[in-house]
Design a protein around this ligand. Structure first.
Ligand code: CO
Length: 141
């Protein structure tokens, strides 16, 4: 069911210093910081061949990653995101197999403008998993 690894999201307490590490120490290509107020985060994309890392830091009150950073003050891997061709079909299969979808169980529009859902980390080896509907793009790699 799952396809390409779309991104790994790393929650960071200090976006500027995390960006500098990826740019200067690891020699990566980074986007400019982008505020996503509807998601409560500021994000920097670390572009990699075929996938990306998203450095995310809290934006505004009640950011969904504030609690994560309170428990992990140095930052840490927050979630990984796999692409699926049809999120509604994926949700139906997952529900039938007993996997817990977070929230009301229905896909929402994610940070990239595509429908996403999140799966309970306790069902997947302690890892929060995001599924993002991305239409098949066979020429992309
Ligand atoms: Co994500």
């Amino acid at each position: 069911m799952i396809g390409r690894l779309n991104h790994v999201a790393i929650a960071v307490p200090d976006l500027a210093s995390a960006s500098a590490q990826y740019r200067q120490t690891l020699g990566a290509t980074l986007s400019k910081p982008m505020n996503l107020p509807e998601h409560g985060v500021t994000v920097v994309f670390v572009e990699l061949p075929g996938t990306k890392i998203e450095l995310i830091s809290p934006l505004g009150e009640g950011s969904p990653i504030a609690r994560f950073l309170a428990r992990n003050p140095a930052g840490g891997v927050h979630h990984i995101c796999f692409e699926v061709p049809d999120i509604g079909a994926a949700a139906a299969v997952l529900a039938a197999k007993g996997a817990r979808i977070l929230g009301d169980g229905r896909p929402k529009i994610g940070a990239h403008g595509n429908p996403v859902l999140f799966l309970h980390p306790k069902d997947f080896s302690g890892t929060l998993i995001e599924l993002e509907q991305v239409p098949d793009q066979p020429t992309r790699n």
